[in-house]
Design a protein around this ligand. Structure first.
Ligand SMILES: [Zn+2]
Ligand SMILES: [Zn+2]
Ligand SMILES: [Zn+2]
Length: 744
């Protein structure tokens, strides 16, 4: 059932498995149709009682249960002993470690709160746990000449009784205390307290909004609109199936109580507010998001003014409401709908696609604001021309001058508006009858209109060698083996943080000559399974981590394991740590170190020590070792030499090794720390090149063919790689190496 069909008023059959009373509106029924009966069984949903009863053993919905014999109360404390059993222990003078010798409870209890009366066949709830009798039978016991409950149960006048009506509080799952009363015992007491506080209490409203009496593992959805019930259930289902995160029954209960208290008609109208804790807000936003998406698809989403990008496989939302001109707003939507499918998605990972689209739309909002200054508010595309575009460009210049946007943002705004307008034209939207029909030919941003970009600064993000040395002496202070491995690999291999995090368990292999090679995915440039020659020391770090991972996840197939599994929501070891958590652990580690000093004795700014700086340091120490720029480009997995040149400076003082050797670092800072004459364990450039080249199409060739451009250069200085002419004239340096590559 699509959302459009629901809005169109289609007749709906369904929801029988969710609701005992199927007289519900079409929207609720459509959502109910999305709910899997298997999930409802898993979550212990009772359609008649409208109560969820989670199995304590459920991996995501379960709860810790008291260790005492015959007790099934929730026990959140580290000792796993509930409050009441703690008291029973204390009464008997026993310690927590003697829980096994605690006698079982007199009566088996399914949880806190009343169970049914112990009289055979009686369907009323007991009044007190000690006697186990309902109120009527307790009164009868006192009237009869019997001494104890056993005798009473066997008495001929003892008859089972029909259940009392349910408590008048909408949420309550209990029976009325007395057939003539309105409430259960607990609610009777609560009402008395509420009336004492506020004598003018509106009792009808109180009945509607008062929470149920909490019971471990149970969540009452009574007293909520059928639509809200369906939304909560579908949200919980998707949370378990898609997010695979734990849900605490107490937090879910609190959320349901708040939703009931505000009497919202749909979960999508609910706002958790700012004064709630993270767990509550996280759960609420998760369920609201899933409820909203329950009926949406890319086809329905593009008709809205706010898009949930999750529907398109990306992250976040994008809003078009800031664009006031109809033609521009609709054209922007068409552009976004055209652009999103071209962007890469990564299962289970955030992508930057949403950010990019949001940024483009943000620039169009600025254009829209500028067009609003016209008398016709820019509503007619045919009336727009060069003067309007100039006004927009002036506006951007003004915004930069008053500091509202940065110079970089101004350049990006020009480029992005230029790109969107060009795409709109290419899609034919400016043709007669199109969304932007007749848009002026001169309503464009030319290449010359984009302000010139400043020259990039000289690369200097690498860390000085003495700082690297000091960092390495503190490696032992990293207590988490996963984080330590991640940081050591970042220092050793110069891979990007997200490439380190995403390493597979079997990321280590050997070349034909037995030398270790790291296999990683360059996600940024979409180049999977790259090969990087590494040193034996680095290989040993990986091997040790592999052993730890295997010991921790002995049952997961090796091919599905990650080298750096996260601690959170990761029962099978298939999820890796995020770049964020690795960076967080790294930041804490660096901040805890004593003050770091440069060679001049000056305090070094710790803010510069970020994970990405190790990539720059890697490039710089290879450049200093005389590695040719083309080889370095391959080592860094760049497509363009210009990119590589942004990673190192040419240093006159450093004398490169006669024959460059790579990736034989005995330690993380080995390249710099080791005296240059030691050659032990180094790898000739030719072998390194072969290792790198054995990927992509070349893998199917019988013998690796060396790239012509990758010949080691014999000149003493490295070329500042800005000169794009270098790869185009590969023969030049072979004949006259010194002249062809003199730095400018
Ligand atoms: Zn207990
Ligand atoms: Zn009874
Ligand atoms: Zn009640």
């Amino acid at each position: 059932m699509s959302a459009a069909a629901v809005r169109a008023g289609a007749v709906v059959v369904g929801g029988v498995h969710v609701f005992a009373d199927t007289r519900i509106d079409r929207h609720a029924a459509a959502i109910a149709a999305v709910i899997d009966p298997a999930f409802l069984a898993e979550a212990g949903w009772d359609p008649t009682r409208k109560v969820l009863s989670f199995d304590p053993e459920h991996p995501l919905l379960g709860r810790p249960v008291c260790r005492a014999a015959g007790c099934s109360t929730s026990a959140q404390a580290a000792s796993r002993i509930c409050f009441s059993c703690c008291r029973r222990l204390a009464e008997r003078g026993l310690g927590e470690d003697e829980i096994a010798s605690l006698p079982p409870r007199a009566r088996q209890r399914t949880g806190r709160g009343p169970d049914t009366c112990v009289v055979d066949g009686c369907r009323r709830e007991w009044e007190s746990a000690s006697s186990g009798l309902c109120r009527a039978h307790a009164d009868q016991l006192r009237a009869l000449p019997v001494t104890d409950v056993e005798e009473f149960l066997a008495h001929r006048q003892t008859r089972p009784l029909p259940p009392c009506a349910p408590c008048a509080v909408a949420a309550c799952t209990r029976q009325r205390r007395h057939p003539d009363g309105l409430y259960c015992g607990a609610h009777q007491q609560r009402l008395r307290n509420a009336l004492a506080c506020d004598p003018h209490l509106d009792e009808t409203r109180w009945r509607a909004v008062e929470p149920a009496i909490g019971r471990g593992g149970e969540v009452s959805l009574r007293g909520l609109a059928p639509l809200v019930v369906a939304e909560l259930l579908v949200g919980l289902q998707q949370r378990c199936r898609i997010n695979a995160v734990k849900t605490d029954d107490a937090v879910l209960r609190a959320l349901c109580n708040d939703v009931r208290h505000r009497q919202v008609s749909s979960l999508t109208h609910y706002d958790p507010g700012d004064d709630r804790d993270l767990e509550f807000t996280g759960l609420a936003n998760c369920l609201i998001g899933h409820a909203r998406r329950a009926l949406s698809s890319p086809e329905t989403e593009v008709a809205q003014d706010e898009w949930d990008l999750t529907v398109f496989g990306h992250h976040g939302t994008v809003s078009f409401t800031g664009i006031s001109q109809t033609w521009l707003r609709e054209s922007a939507k068409r552009w976004a709908a055209d652009d999103l499918p071209k962007r890469r998605v990564r299962p289970g990972r955030r992508t930057s696609a949403g950010l990019t689209v949001r940024h483009h739309i943000g620039c169009l909002v600025r254009l829209s604001e500028s067009l609003c200054m016209r008398d016709d508010r820019g509503e007619h595309p045919a009336a727009l021309g060069r003067a309007d575009m100039e006004a927009f460009l002036h506006r951007l210049a003004y915004l930069e001058s008053v500091g509202q946007i940065s110079g970089d943002a101004r350049i990006r705004a020009c480029r992005e508006v230029r790109a969107v307008l060009a795409r709109i034209r290419a899609m034919g939207l400016t043709r007669p009858g199109g969304l932007a029909a007749g848009l002026g030919e001169d309503f464009v941003i030319g290449q010359a209109d984009v302000p010139a970009e400043p020259e990039p600064a000289e690369p200097n993000r690498d860390l000085p060698p003495e700082i690297m040395r000091q960092l390495c002496t503190h490696l032992d202070e990293l207590t988490s083996p996963v984080m330590r491995t991640g940081i050591e690999l970042a220092i050793d291999t110069g891979r990007r943080p997200e490439e380190i995090c995403e390493l597979d368990y079997d990321c280590l292999t050997r070349d034909d000559d037995g030398q270790p090679v790291l296999i990683y995915d360059n996600h940024k440039a979409n180049r999977p399974a790259r090969r990087l020659p590494i040193g034996e020391q680095t290989a040993a770090v990986i091997l040790a981590q592999q052993q730890r991972v295997r010991a921790r996840y002995p049952h997961t197939p090796v091919g599905e394991l990650k080298l750096l599994p996260t601690d959170r929501r990761n029962p099978g070891g298939r999820r890796a740590v995020t770049g964020f958590s690795l960076a967080f652990a790294h930041r804490i580690w660096v901040d805890r170190m004593p003050v770091l000093h440069t060679a001049d004795g000056v305090e070094y700014d710790k803010a510069k020590i970020v994970l990405y700086a190790y990539r720059h340091s890697y490039a710089q120490r290879h450049a200093d070792a005389g590695v040719p720029v083309e080889v370095l480009r391959e080592l860094l997995s760049h497509r363009k030499l210009e990119t590589t040149s942004g990673y190192y400076r040419v240093r006159d003082a450093v004398r490169p090794a006669r024959q460059p050797h790579l990736a034989a670092s005995p330690s993380a800072v080995g390249f710099r720390a080791r005296p240059p004459r030691s050659r032990r364990g180094r790898r000739p450039v030719r072998r390194v090149r072969r290792t790198i080249q054995r990927q992509g199409r070349r893998r199917c060739l019988p013998v690796p063919v060396p790239l012509r451009r990758l010949r080691p250069l014999r000149h003493r200085r490295l070329l500042p790689a800005r000169s794009a002419c270098l790869p185009r004239r590969p023969a030049a340096h072979q004949r006259t190496p010194a002249r062809g590559h003199r730095p400018r």
